[in-house]
Design a binder for this molecule. Structure first.
Ligand code: URA
Length: 269
């Protein structure tokens, strides 16, 4: 037995969070019954799960890809404003992969793409403190005081950032090149941290994430992760039993089990 949202994520339909949204929107059915509450358990062997009426099979091969994203591409599967998306750069992959987390339109560098919803969940969930390293090219000289403030944490959007590792790694035509490693994933975090201290970021590149290194992968190109890289990612601590927030719609501590195909569902859920 497995939770419905995990089944969908494992099948490569969407990340676990996005799968929860699909469920809440009433787009997922189990044995023909629409399920809207979280916590429903399904039997992978016998239950028939469908999204928008289409049956989802859970035997999809997992793909893990690293892309060196250029500036000017949006990190989504599709864009309603018709901007170029990162998916255009990996169009020769047949699996339905999607980006793991986000890199801004104007940021370049390491972006993971996969159809492994569990891994996406582990990498993007704030509780796992995944390290992400960026090289920022900023205007002017950067004082030791500024470096220390970045290390200790800076207030952005009304909340202090958690401690970061920060080093000056060189000089550029604009000013200073700084390597910064953060353990959060707040919106435009690195740019905002520098801006809060009066530095303008001219160029921002992610070079490392979750122990992976961009290395010499050319800009705009992608490669499959090696087996050892995938194994390393899989070692990121998974969800501990009972550690997850209890879904609001489920009153009892016991997970709800989806009814089998043979039993008729009394409620219209
Ligand atoms: N911080 C930013 O400012 N932008 C990114 O894309 C990632 C981190």
């Amino acid at each position: 037995m497995v939770r419905l949202q995990k089944y969908l994520a494992d099948a490569g339909v969407a990340s676990r969070r996005a799968s929860e949204k699909l469920i809440a929107e009433g787009r997922v059915s189990v044995n023909g019954d629409i399920i809207r509450e979280m916590g429903v358990q399904v039997d992978e062997e016998y239950d028939v799960i469908a999204v928008d009426g289409e049956i989802v099979k859970n035997s999809v091969k997992k793909e893990y890809i690293m892309l060196n994203k250029p500036v000017g591409f949006i990190t989504t599967v599709s864009d309603d404003k018709d901007r170029p998306t990162v998916m255009e750069l990996v169009s020769d992959i047949s699996a339905r992969i999607y980006p793991v987390g986000r890199l801004d339109y104007d940021t370049e560098g390491l972006l993971l793409l996969t159809n492994d919803g569990d891994l996406t969940y582990r990498i993007t969930h704030p509780k796992h403190d995944i390290a992400k390293t960026y090289v920022a090219e900023v205007t002017g000289d950067v004082s030791m005081d500024t470096i220390n403030q970045l290390r200790r944490g800076v207030v952005i959007d009304g909340k202090k950032t958690s401690p970061a590792e920060v080093e000056v790694v060189g000089a550029t035509q604009y000013g200073t090149k700084i390597e910064i490693t953060i353990h959060e994933g707040r919106n435009r975090q690195v740019r905002k941290m520098f801006e809060a201290l009066g530095c303008i970021v001219k160029r921002l590149k992610r070079t490392k994430e979750a122990g992976l290194n961009l290395g010499h992968l050319p800009l705009g190109k992608w490669r499959k992760l090696s087996e050892s890289e995938v194994n390393m990612l899989k070692k990121i601590e998974g969800e501990k039993p009972g550690s997850r927030r209890k879904p609001a719609s489920v009153g009892s501590k016991k997970p709800i089990k989806a009814q089998s195909r043979k039993t008729s569902r009394k409620t219209g859920r």
